[in-house]
Design a protein around this ligand. Structure first.
Ligand code: NAP
Length: 275
């Protein structure tokens, strides 16, 4: 069994990106985070992203609004970032306060600065296989497969989860890579029957240890996107300890997909700089 560790994938991508950035000269590639309200996780992620971006030599703008900000005030703040030529990529952090219409907000985001592939425009491009910014977590799954030379072509890919940020885009990306793709979700009856057919299983449901050893075909490749708390520990959607003896390759949690996603976002900011 090969453990598909994210660090070596992230390191390889970082090195390639640093080489590209060296060619940029004195220009400051800058990302912005739009943070609204008091969500603890969003604040933690904003701090983490600021440190990561600055350590990488990028500029960083934090546009923070209080919990009481109106929908229109948040849209205005986003439009200001759209119009700011010194800002190349924008990440609106979720969750936002309940009174914010996040769907409408996201469609006010300039698609050329949409580094996490949230806008309908970029979803359309990704779905059509015409490029565009894709969600970084979905790209991280593909980067892991690519780094470890795991071909998708002709394989049966079973994706568990159909969210706009992971399940759907990774399904379209594996389809574009010539996989035969099945998408499962919470209304799929007899999930095990589908997962068992997967040469590649991508678990993105957010349910701790829901993919058990008896659901995995011997030799399958397992990409675990889930990040969950179970008995005080961070675990994936896959019961790693049991599945590792059956799969030919598997990502750990933590240390798998999550450790690649941030580097993929830094790449997206660079792409936005060139857009
Ligand atoms: P989400 O929006 O809640 O979507 C979960 C999806 O899983 C939905 O499509 C849901 O089906 C499906 N699902 C839920 N329970 C299921 C079940 N019992 N059987 C089959 N399908 C089921 O979550 P998300 O944002 O996509 O995130 C998924 C996981 O990835 C979470 O654990 C999250 O923390 C993690 N994540 C990881 C990263 C990373 O970098 N590694 C980044 C973001 C998120 P319905 O559509 O029918 O409801």
């Amino acid at each position: 069994m090969i453990e598909l560790r994210g660090k070596s994938v992230a390191d390889a991508h970082k090195t390639a990106l640093q080489n590209k950035i060296a060619a940029v000269g004195d220009a400051v590639i800058t990302m912005a985070v739009l943070l609204v309200g008091n969500d603890h996780g969003a604040h933690m992620y904003a701090t983490f992203m600021e440190k990561t971006a600055k350590n990488f030599g990028y500029g960083f703008v934090l546009r923070e609004l209080p919990e009481t900000a109106s929908h229109d005030e948040v849209v205005t703040a986003l439009r200001e970032l759209n119009d700011d030529d010194t800002v190349h990529g924008i990440l609106p952090l979720m969750p936002m306060p309940k009174h914010i219409d996040t769907e409408a907000l996201i469609d006010a985001l300039d698609p050329k600065k949409d580094i996490d592939g949230l806008t309908t425009y970029n979803i359309g491009l990704v779905t059509a296989g015409k490029g565009g910014f894709a969600p970084c977590t979905a790209k991280a799954c593909m980067a892991i497969l690519d780094h470890y030379d795991i071909s998708v072509e002709g394989k049966h890919v079973v994706v568990v989860g159909r969210s706009q940020v992971i399940g759907k885009p990774v399904a379209f990306m594996t389809l574009a890579a010539h996989g035969t793709v099945t998408i499962c979700h919470s209304r799929t009856p007899d999930l095990a029957n589908y997962v068992k057919q997967g040469d590649i299983v991508i678990a993105a449901a957010g349910r701790p240890h829901m993919i058990t050893a008896d659901m995995i075909k011997p030799g399958a490749v397992v990409i675990d996107v889930g990040i969950n708390e179970l008995n005080g520990k961070t675990v994936g959607d896959v019961d790693y300890d049991a599945v590792k003896d059956i799969a030919s390759a598997i990502t750990p949690v933590p240390g798998g997909v999550g450790s690649v996603t941030t580097t993929i976002m830094l790449e997206a900011v660079y792409e936005a700089y060139h857009a």
